[in-house]
Design a binder for this molecule. Structure first.
Ligand SMILES: Nc1ncnc2c1ncn2[C@@H]1O[C@H](COP(=O)(O)OP(=O)(O)OP(=O)(O)O)[C@@H](O)[C@H]1O
Ligand SMILES: [Mg+2]
Length: 605
């Protein structure tokens, strides 16, 4: 089997797995297929009722093969044994109402399935996504992830629905084919000839549709990414008077997206005229060769041709439907491949945790030995060896890009370590459960992350059982109580997207308060006071100083005033610890640390 085929099989298997993971979906699928069969049967019965009408007109289109249908036709005859056209009319009406009822139910079931599937697929991706290794996830930006959740999963459902609808279409095709074959195998051969010619002439178009589909998918992602960047970058755009440039950039992406859509529409619009001309040709040939294709006297074979043509036109619906399914699949397949890629990425990135309870650790000494770390092939941290005794305070300083935040993230276990190890109380951090780790180790990250929800809920997200009193206490420690009190709705104030209703320093203090809500054994503060005014910072410093001795503190700061009280300072340069010692020791020598202090003209305590 070649590579392309095995890939295709894998993609189909993935699709089936995704569908099957959705609860109750099997039941709805079976119901949907059962309804399709019922509708097809009613369609057949409705169609056959044209025969008595033709018989009424004196033709016998089912010449010689109507015996098994005779009892059925007898029902539509009057006492004199002649077709009763009124009975036929009532019968046709009855069948139409019954069929419509099933079509209605089938519409509802068919509508439920994609919604259920979409929700199910999103849930399973979400479940894995949240538990994945951040490093792997960071290969793709927000725009790419947004496309997966809001576009590609939708499209995956459309593919499945197309396949499901093709079952009904195929059933109808088989039914009509059967009827036509019963009437005249030769005429069916003529029909097949037309179908094959039509198929061959339109085949290249399916390939083209596939190509355009891929182009649309890429253009859509790129357009979405540009849009997201525009929204988040508005402040910069206006600051640098970049409105025209930004508009041009986003509009350019939109233009590409629209252009490919137009291409797809043009390509699919050609189908209808081709099929119409072809079917006209087909009917003309039937009439030309009618006497040799159908048996019986002229009134009979003309009746047969009428029935044959009626069936043929009915067949065009499901046939173009099936063709449409092919086009839809060709266009949307790239979306399936993308969804599969992201599912796989998450599935192979699942983080594993141990089940040890960090809370029960006899000591909280942190020891880092021989730690190396890099993103992809770029080494970031090299041979880091540090030990941070329980209750002490380590200041991590160094130039921007030296690797301080990366080290903090590694200690927090946000990234798995590849070489070397980080242990707490002598136990590798990978052995602790995520929950016990989070309960005992806190991190205030460099970028403040607040959810678009009330202030209170932002606290409850990190500490679900926190009381309002505890929240106020924490706000006080982070010098955030005053401005929250001044907010009209206090803790019920909704923080808007990205915290835009709060200033940078206010957001930072909220984030700090959130980390201080319950005492932690270890607290990592990554530039957590960088945006505070000197007065607020002094209050926060006091809070941190109070923790000194009971909590192991790792403080990353550019401001030297923050690191004055540290027990030890580690200076990082290009991912290596180049200086280590107490602040005073480092100040006595000609060190980078001393240069930093002198540069900021802040003397150590
Ligand atoms: N997701 C990532 N993928 C690839 N490289 C990254 C990623 N995150 C950070 N880096 C690189 O790792 C290096 C260290 O980054 P890090 O954020 O740890 O620096 P830092 O010391 O905290 O700097 P700053 O003081 O500016 O916060 C930088 O060179 C940065 O470009
Ligand atoms: Mg940093």
């Amino acid at each position: 089997m070649n590579d392309k085929n095995s890939k295709l099989i894998e993609e189909i298997q993935f699709m089936i797995r995704t569908i099957r993971s959705v609860r109750h979906v099997n039941f709805y699928f079976v119901l949907s297929i059962a309804l399709s069969i019922l509708i097809t049967a009613l369609e057949a019965i409705g169609l056959i009722s044209i025969v008595p009408i033709l018989q009424f007109l004196g033709s016998d289109p089912l010449h010689g093969s109507d015996s098994f249908l005779s009892p059925f036709f007898d029902l539509l005859k009057n006492d004199a044994g002649v077709i009763d056209i009124k009975k036929v009319a009532l019968f046709v009406l009855f069948v139409a109402i019954l069929k419509s009822t099933f079509v209605f139910i089938s519409g509802i079931v068919g509508g439920y399935i994609p919604v259920m599937m979409k929700a199910g697929a999103v849930r399973s991706l979400l479940k894995m996504h949240l538990r994945s290794n951040l490093i792997n996830l960071m290969q793709y930006d927000t725009g790419a992830w947004t496309s997966v959740y809001y576009r590609f999963i939708d499209q995956l459902c459309s593919i499945v629905m197309s396949v499901a609808s093709s079952i009904t279409q195929a059933l109808l095709l088989a039914l009509y084919g059967g009827i036509m074959f019963a009437m005249s195998p030769y005429a069916v051969m003529l029909t097949l000839l037309f179908v094959v010619v039509l198929w061959l002439t339109t085949r290249w178009m399916t390939d083209r549709q596939g190509r355009i589909g891929r182009q649309i998918t890429d253009a859509a992602t790129s357009y979405q990414q540009a849009g997201l960047q525009m929204i988040s970058g508005m402040r910069l755009v206006q600051t640098v008077a970049g409105e025209d440039r930004m508009e041009e950039w986003v509009a350019g992406k939109l233009h590409t997206f629209v252009k490919f859509h137009y291409k797809a529409i043009t390509a699919s619009s050609i189908m209808q005229p081709i099929t119409t001309v072809a079917s006209g040709l087909f009917v003309a040939s039937l009439l030309f060769f009618g006497d040799s294709l159908f048996s019986g006297k002229e009134t009979d074979w003309l009746g047969s041709i009428i029935l044959f043509v009626v069936v043929f036109y009915r067949m065009l619906g499901p046939a173009t439907g099936l063709y449409g399914v092919r086009i839809t699949i060709a266009q949307l397949w790239p979306a399936l491949q993308k969804v599969k890629m992201f599912f796989e990425l998450c599935s192979r990135s699942q983080l594993s945790f141990g089940d040890r309870d960090l809370g029960k650790s006899p000591s909280f000494d942190i020891s880092i030995s021989g730690l190396n770390f890099g993103f992809a092939d770029t080494p970031i941290l090299q041979d880091i060896n540090l030990s941070i005794p329980s209750g002490s305070m380590l200041a991590l300083v160094g130039e921007s890009g030296a690797g301080k935040s990366t080290l903090a993230n590694l200690i927090m276990r946000l990234y798995p370590t590849s070489a070397g190890q980080i242990s707490i109380g002598g136990v590798n951090i990978s052995e602790f459960s995520r929950k016990s780790f989070a309960e005992n180790v806190g991190l205030v990250s460099q970028d403040t992350i607040l959810f678009n929800d009330t202030l209170k809920n932002n606290f409850l997200f990190v500490q679900p059982d926190a009381t309002e009193a505890e929240i106020w206490e924490a706000l006080k420690k982070a010098k955030a109580d005053q401005f929250v009190e001044e907010l009209e709705q206090g803790l019920d104030t909704v923080i808007q997207e990205g915290g835009s209703r709060l200033s940078g320093g206010q957001r930072q203090r909220i984030a700090l308060a959130r980390a201080l809500i319950r005492p932690k054994q270890i607290l990592i503060l990554d530039e957590s006071t960088s945006q505070l005014d000197a007065f607020s910072e002094a209050v926060v410093q006091e809070t941190i100083t109070n923790l000194h001795g009971t909590t192991t503190l790792i403080v990353i700061a550019h401001r030297m005033s923050t690191v004055r009280k540290a027990d030890a300072v580690a200076v990082l340069e290009n991912g290596r610890v180049v200086e280590f010692g107490t602040p005073n020791q480092l100040l006595m020598e000609d060190t980078m640390f001393r240069q930093m202090i002198e540069f900021q003209q802040v003397s150590p305590a």
